[in-house]
Design a protein around this ligand. Sequence first.
Ligand SMILES: *[C@@H]1O[C@H](CO)[C@@H](O)[C@H](O)[C@H]1NC(C)=O
Ligand SMILES: *[C@@H]1O[C@H](CO)[C@@H](O)[C@H](O)[C@H]1NC(C)=O
Ligand SMILES: *[C@@H]1O[C@H](CO)[C@@H](O)[C@H](O)[C@H]1NC(C)=O
Ligand SMILES: *[C@@H]1O[C@H](CO)[C@@H](O)[C@H](O)[C@H]1NC(C)=O
Ligand SMILES: *[C@@H]1O[C@H](CO)[C@@H](O)[C@H](O)[C@H]1NC(C)=O
Ligand SMILES: *[C@@H]1O[C@H](CO)[C@@H](O)[C@H](O)[C@H]1NC(C)=O
Ligand SMILES: *[C@@H]1O[C@H](CO)[C@@H](O)[C@H](O)[C@H]1NC(C)=O
Ligand SMILES: CC(=O)N[C@H]1CO[C@H](CO)[C@@H](O)[C@@H]1O
Ligand SMILES: [Ca+2]
Ligand SMILES: [Ca+2]
Length: 594
Amino acid sequence: MREFSLLVMVALAASVSCVDNWWKSAVVYQIYPRSFMDSNGDGKGDLTGIKNKLPYLQDLGVDAIWLSPIYKSPMYDFGYDIADYKSIDPDYGTMDDFDALMAEAKKLGVRVVLDYVPNHTSNESEWFVNSAKRNGTYADYYVWANGITNASGSYPPSNWISIFHKSAWEYNSVRGQYYLHQFVIGQPDLNYRSQALQEEMKEVLRFWLRKGVSGFRVDAVNMLYEVDPADHGGTFPNEPRSYNPSATPDDYEYLLHWYTKDLNETYEVVYDWREVLDSFAQNETKIMMTEAYTDIDLMMRYYGDGKRDGSMPFNFVFLGNITGSSNANDMKLVIDSWLSKMPSGKVANWVNGNHDQSRMATRHGVNRVDAMNLLALILPGVTITYQGEELGMTDGYISWVDTKDPQACNTEDPINYWKSSRDVARTPFHWDASTNAGFSSAAKTWLPVASNYQTVNVEVQKVTNKSHYHFYKDVVALKHTAAVADGTLGTHAVTSNVLVVTRVPPSSKDHTIVAIINLASTSTTIDLSKIAGVPENMKVIASGVDCALNKDATVKRNSVSLSGNCALAFENGAVRFVAPFLLYCITLFLIWLQ
Ligand SMILES: *[C@@H]1O[C@H](CO)[C@@H](O)[C@H](O)[C@H]1NC(C)=O
Ligand SMILES: *[C@@H]1O[C@H](CO)[C@@H](O)[C@H](O)[C@H]1NC(C)=O
Ligand SMILES: *[C@@H]1O[C@H](CO)[C@@H](O)[C@H](O)[C@H]1NC(C)=O
Ligand SMILES: *[C@@H]1O[C@H](CO)[C@@H](O)[C@H](O)[C@H]1NC(C)=O
Ligand SMILES: *[C@@H]1O[C@H](CO)[C@@H](O)[C@H](O)[C@H]1NC(C)=O
Ligand SMILES: *[C@@H]1O[C@H](CO)[C@@H](O)[C@H](O)[C@H]1NC(C)=O
Ligand SMILES: *[C@@H]1O[C@H](CO)[C@@H](O)[C@H](O)[C@H]1NC(C)=O
Ligand SMILES: CC(=O)N[C@H]1CO[C@H](CO)[C@@H](O)[C@@H]1O
Ligand SMILES: [Ca+2]
Ligand SMILES: [Ca+2]
């Protein structure tokens, strides 16, 4: 009997740690719900649409989906202006639809991660309405201040500028004061100097954790705090000018943001949220990923401060530090420098796109789609894939008349609006070559479908022998191998055009994985025999659309011929460990359930 309980305890510990590590080498697939799949023909994607397409995502091999906001919202910023954190917007369905999506996702083994937007609510939130009326503790839920009146007139409390252009302050006649909005006017900033507000925001996390979500992606986290007026004679100080020559006085870039971002108080709040997530970690570790466009050293503080654990800060180097003209040395430098800045023992991540950025195929060129997907998947840590990047979708064309993004609309500039528009990356997902790319049966979709949907879509790429889709899927399948999940990493710029990434597993019983990308459009032959860890004989396990070497081809390391723009993954000949490992986890888990 004692032996049996000991066995159960060991099994419990082991199974918990298997379940525990799900996120450390995971693929998180970002869904922009409005543009993924429309189930009721109103031209907007919805939760039931996502539920119906879960088999596609399961088959693709993703571990988790992250849903951009699905909460009740007047949609001034397409869901990033939340009126009620605990209800579903009618555009996307009902709470029953959400519960059905959760149940189906659980059945298929796809985890669900939600977007958490803590910096601001919608101005239509009950909280804001109550705050404007100074109703109880709500009075301090937002950042309020008096305007400045002097001999020349009335002015907002400070010169602060919104990320979406013009003053960050808006007068509210109910309250008789200005409120701060770092984003659109309809997105008043919450006040994290209110303890009641902090508690309320933790309760939002618990609400969704009770529904079984696997974690959160945290929006615009470095904007949480503004300077405390108590430290500045009771007023909000003006921010200094940046003297950025391309910024007009209405642009966010016109000022330096000393008082409105990256304040030290931010990190403690993130660590507090980590505690909330950890209190729900009985069955699985919950993931937290934070979005902060800021410098790398400040970013690393989100991971934790050595005493308290935090969150995984999104790594945007593939978006900001690599372009279509970067060479192998540039890429190696960017990858190595991020990894060397990371605190030891923490998990890395790689982001190739999101709903705010021009699409990868447009930014880097269609030629580099396989290369960028390969890197994001084969480097250690979490891969974040924005919907459609597995197909190499390109930016859509959106006319001024069709423009929906407030960041573009606020420019009021029918000529140059496109420079600020994020709509191009938000066009509907391409399922097939039928009307509206199979996304919707509506006469008109909320944003037009990109014009190349008849050639770039799931159905076509599935039946084409070599496609971005097949390549992506073949590489995703490596994500849980010992080499990719736990192996040591080598990055080598073999020439200025050829980057080689090696992943050598802890045990020689497992396969070594070698990834190679040729950034030039011309073919070349390389010798890898001097690179540590590269096996003598290699077999192609994933072959990009531009490669002459096909899957299952075998090559010798001293002479690997690469076609122009080719991205390849190889392995050596040993037995793969992943199936027995999974079986082991499942067995232990079953024993634990007994
Ligand atoms: C104050 O807020 C509470 C909670 O939302 C609400 O029940 C009450 O009606 C509000 N009072 C006023 C005067 O709006
Ligand atoms: C009044 O305040 C505004 C905003 O701070 C400032 O730009 C302006 O120069 C002030 N005018 C006078 C007369 O002080
Ligand atoms: C919210 O802000 C928008 C402007 O973005 C305005 O049109 C709307 O009237 C405001 N709603 C409330 C309830 O204040
Ligand atoms: C913020 O924290 C950092 C690191 O602990 C410290 O070096 C810095 O002085 C702090 N800044 C302020 C304004 O307190
Ligand atoms: C863990 O899983 C069990 C069984 O599925 C469930 O009843 C429980 O609510 C879960 N706990 C948490 C914290 O999610
Ligand atoms: C990426 O670019 C930013 C801004 O140009 C720079 O500060 C940062 O150090 C770069 N990061 C890496 C990892 O190269
Ligand atoms: C796809 O691959 C199969 C099997 O390798 C082959 O028979 C077929 O001709 C290929 N089709 C195309 C379009 O290349
Ligand atoms: C990538 C991302 O989620 N960006 C969002 C950041 O926050 C603003 C305001 O909530 C949104 O407009 C962006 O879409
Ligand atoms: Ca719909
Ligand atoms: Ca804020």
